[in-house]
Design a protein. Sequence first.
Length: 72
Amino acid sequence: MGFSFQSAEERNPTPPSHEELQLTKVINSCTEVQAQLDEINEFIDENRLLAKFYAWQSLREQMKDTSAEVVE
């Protein structure tokens, strides 16, 4: 049977310091902000695609109108 020896630090870890807690809060906030920025960028990319589609559709309609005028 094997024995595992733990140091006093492992058995009774010291609680995180105030600075460590603050740093953890800042890291968590940054992670949340990055997630929100990722969502915003995705939304912007989708809207760019929609804008390109509507511009293409409008140009296509103008070309149809021009072609119809030339045929007449």
